[in-house]
Design a protein around this ligand. Structure first.
Ligand SMILES: [Zn+2]
Ligand SMILES: [Zn+2]
Length: 491
């Protein structure tokens, strides 16, 4: 006897056993005791037949129970399981046996339809139980309606991502579903069970709230920037990016089942986070020059979103001032690196920043409420003549030794009791660049004096060595020596 030419393409999981009917104490109070007992006995009898694989008899007992008590989840679930197991048995019978011992009255597709009908009723009664999804999926698999079966399994996995039967059935489905079918139908026929209710796209890095709702992690926080509430049910929730993990299992399920759409979502997200070397988000506030250390408090919703994206990417952004005359950002900015990022429980951030290099804004546009700019890096033009280079080296070296001795004296004085000033001086000292880099060194020197925004802007714009020498090194060093008693710092 060979099964080779019949079709036993998959095993169904989760229907090996049936449920027992509750004793009277657990039963529906509205049911008279004798009726309850009748149903109880019919289910017991059906379950016994089921266990002995006499599915026709089991179906008959459950049907009698159903006519006495319609819409009972246990009766419906057990009968559906019996239909399915019987159908599976027929499916796996070899042709020779079927000819030798024909079975009248039942065929596979009819059993499948009957099983599905019961499973649908079960689902409408108990849509929050995984069992309903297992039963319905098995009925659909028996009917070879694989796409819908898969959707049902995926919906069930949202309730219990660890359900063994659902996961095993999904694996079985993958064996029988022809690849072409998966490809062509995967996207078009996908149910919206895996869509994020905020962006209405396939969930990307899903995160689940304590109230049980799932959103793309980025959508959830973007919505929470406007108030700590679940975007769907408005329950107040306390989650920060640090305490909220991506549901790894669900993410894997989604990635595995909708590979193309998932890849699309990923690249969409990546373009928001990784802007490339020549583009960066802008924080519009003040003129910052290179070699500064500063702290920032981020509370505006649009900047919270921006900071989260920056922290997923290269930790860099541009800082730029607003031109009071035009109301738009000035054309030069300074790249800053977020060296520390402390999210507060209410969604705000405290940032520690270090400023690095200057840039000119070539083009700027709006992205989810904040500005993003394409930039061009700006550098000093080094002296062409040997004499000019030597002059610059000499001037920088002497400015460096002057600054070093001034800094030592200032620290010594601050140690006598001004802790805040000492802290500022240590910060300044930690940023000191090598005098072999006159450009950076001249900016660092400028951080030692309190300069008006318009002056800082002027410093940022200077590229000509002659002017650099004059403004950034000579003038500033002179100012430091003249006013070192009353210095304050841009920190
Ligand atoms: Zn979303
Ligand atoms: Zn909710």
């Amino acid at each position: 006897m060979s099964n080779e030419d019949s079709l036993p393409p998959f095993t169904l999981f989760g229907l090996d056993d049936v449920e027992n009917y509750g004793l009277v104490t657990e039963a529906d109070n509205s049911l008279p005791l004798d009726i309850h007992n009748q149903v109880f006995q019919l289910v017991e009898k059906g379950n016994q037949s089921f266990k002995e694989s006499r599915f026709e008899e089991a179906i008959s007992s459950y049907s009698k129970a159903n006519s006495i008590k319609p819409l009972d989840p246990i009766v419906l679930g057990n009968r559906s399981a019996a239909y399915i197991r019987f159908g599976q048995y027929l499916k796996q019978r070899s042709a020779s046996i079927s000819e030798y011992k024909p079975l009248n009255g039942f065929d596979m597709s009819m059993l499948g339809e009957l099983a599905l009908k019961d499973a649908d009723k079960l689902m409408s009664l108990q849509s929050s139980l995984v069992k309903s999804y297992i039963t319905k999926a098995c009925a659909l698999m028996l009917l070879e309606r694989y796409e819908v079966a898969r959707d049902t399994i995926l919906s069930g996995l949202q309730i219990d991502p660890f359900s063994g039967p659902l996961r095993s059935n999904l694996q079985e489905l993958e064996k029988v579903m022809p690849n072409s079918m998966r490809k062509t139908h995967g996207m078009a026929e996908r149910s919206d069970d895996f869509d994020c209710t905020v962006c209405l796209k396939l969930l990307y890095e899903p995160a689940t709230t304590p109230c049980g709702h799932t959103f793309c992690r980025s959508c959830l926080f973007q919505s929470m920037d406007r108030g700590n509430k679940c975007p769907l049910c408005r329950t107040v929730i306390f989650m920060t990016p640090r305490t909220c993990a991506v549901s790894v299992t669900l993410n894997n399920i989604i990635e595995k089942n909708f590979p193309e759409e998932y890849a699309e979502r990923k690249s969409e997200q990546d373009t928001l986070v990784h802007l490339g070397n020549e583009s960066m988000p802008l924080f519009v506030m003040d003129v910052i020059i290179p070699c500064q250390k500063l702290s920032l408090h981020i509370f505006e919703p649009r900047y919270r979103l921006m900071v989260r994206r920056i922290m997923e990417g290269n930790h860099r952004m541009g800082m730029v001032a607003l031109d009071s005359a035009t109301g738009s950002p000035v054309d030069v900015a300074c790249e800053v690196e977020i060296t520390e990022c402390d999210p507060l429980p209410d969604g705000r951030f405290v940032l520690e920043l270090e400023s690095h290099r200057r840039c000119r804004i070539v083009k700027a546009w709006d992205q989810d409420g904040y500005r993003v700019a394409e930039v061009e890096w700006v550098k000093d033009i080094p002296p062409q003549s040997e004499q000019g280079k030597a002059d610059l080296r000499e001037l920088t070296t002497s400015a460096a030794s002057f600054a070093r001795s001034w800094l030592d004296r200032a620290k010594e004085a601050a140690r006598q009791g001004d802790r805040r000033r000492l802290e500022i001086l240590l910060n300044v000292e930690s940023m000191i660049p090598t005098p072999q880099d006159p450009e950076r060194f001249s900016f660092w020197l400028a951080t030692l004096t309190d300069r008006r925004p318009s002056e800082r802007l002027e410093l940022l714009r200077l590229q000509d060595t002659g002017e650099v020498l004059d403004y950034r090194l000579v003038q500033i060093a002179r100012q430091i020596s003249l006013f070192h008693q009353s210095l304050s710092f841009d920190c």
